[in-house]
Design a protein around this ligand. Structure first.
Ligand SMILES: Nc1nc2c(ncn2[C@@H]2O[C@H](COP(=O)(O)OP(=O)(O)OP(=O)(O)O)[C@@H](O)[C@H]2O)c(=O)[nH]1
Ligand SMILES: [Mg+2]
Length: 319
């Protein structure tokens, strides 16, 4: 809760000055979908510093956090102020995730210019992407130049990440069949950079080759994703991966920037409108009863879902 001595204005002001305690509190308010969320986002939006966003995704335990830690340190060496967001879509409880990420990111967690935040995904994956995006905006307003977002690759979430970040790094490991699995999971389409981590284990070069073969079959593209071998726990390969990211950043900057940015804004606006409409429809009087009533009729075969949806929308229009 906000007390008078620690008012929202103060929290916002201190966040703009880069104060981490206030930043953390604002993020919590956003995560909890507090009634102040909209005001916070509106106030901070014009103060955003355009940051560079990297998404790191891939199967569980692949070494994503270890790599994020290394990348954060490299970024610091180059003067970037860094924000790290770890999204855990598998666990509804933050406890374990925070502890785990803190330990694995021990190298970067002592640096005052590296802010680390773990978030447990709540509700839908779409909701997770939205909150992550909002948290990213707050980090931008607090002056971070580079934002690293780690998520576990479990289907749809990768596609959501793709909307939020500039560069997507997919981290795989030399387990058999990984390349094929990655293709199946849709990772091939969203990756700008591939990392085969745990290259101290056998089979890493084979996976790298496999990925490169698959990429070679893809239609000619403007950006050709590089594939790096890494041993994140020893820091091997991290420098090359970071350089690869910066190359992709330059590539994006040289493209028709306005198109790219406009598309992102269009998508954001669409999502916000849909979210508002959805809330409005389902928070109306009798919405819950309506939903149950229609669903029962559909289940009993009295009505089909298409007619039900049409009827419902028609009712709303008349109100
Ligand atoms: N053998 C080997 N182990 C590594 C390497 N990099 C990281 N690890 C280890 O792999 C384990 C998982 O690393 P994390 O960085 O936590 O992996 P993660 O992908 O973030 O895991 P989740 O967030 O739980 O999905 C840890 O015990 C790391 O020390 C590597 O290059 N080789
Ligand atoms: Mg992790």
């Amino acid at each position: 809760m906000l007390t008078k001595s620690n008012s929202l204005d103060q929290l916002i002001q201190q966040t703009l000055e880069g104060r981490e305690v206030s930043l953390s509190r604002l993020i919590t308010l956003i995560e909890n979908e507090s009634s102040e969320a909209s005001l916070i986002l509106k106030t901070l939006y014009p103060h955003r510093k355009k940051s560079y966003r990297i998404g790191i995704t891939g199967p569980p335990g692949g070494g994503k956090s270890t790599l994020v830690d290394r990348l954060a340190l490299l970024a610091r060496e180059q003067g970037f102020k860094v924000g790290i967001v770890c999204v855990d879509p598998t666990s509804p409880f933050t406890g374990g995730a925070i502890l785990g990420d803190r330990i694995r990111m021990s190298k970067s967690s002592g640096d005052p210019d590296i802010f680390i935040r773990s978030m447990a995904a709540r509700g839908s994956l779409g909701g997770m992407a939205r909150t992550t995006e909002q948290v990213t905006e707050i980090l931008e307003a607090s002056g971070k130049d580079l934002i690293l977002i780690e998520t576990v690759g479990v289907g749809q979430s990768e596609l959501d990440i793709y909307q939020t970040v500039d560069t997507v790094v997919v981290v795989l490991v030399p387990e058999s069949g990984t390349g094929v699995q990655a293709m199946k999971a849709g990772l091939m389409e969203i990756a700008h950079i591939f990392v085969v981590n745990k290259a101290d284990r056998p089979g890493a070069s084979r996976i790298k080759q496999e990925i490169e073969d698959v990429l070679g079959l893809a239609p000619q593209q403007e950006w050709y994703p590089p594939v790096f071998l890494a041993q994140a726990y020893r820091g091997i390969g991290a420098k090359e991966i970071f350089e690869g990211c910066l190359n992709h950043k330059t590539f994006l900057e040289n493209r028709k920037k306005s198109d790219y940015t406009l598309k992102k804004i269009e998508k954001k606006l669409r999502d916000l409108i849909l979210e508002k409409m959805e809330k409005e429809v389902f928070q109306r009087d009798r919405a819950k009863e309506n939903l149950i009533c229609y669903s029962k009729k559909i289940l009993e075969g009295v009505l089909d879902p298409y007619t039900a949806a049409e009827e419902w929308v028609e009712q709303i229009r008349k109100q």
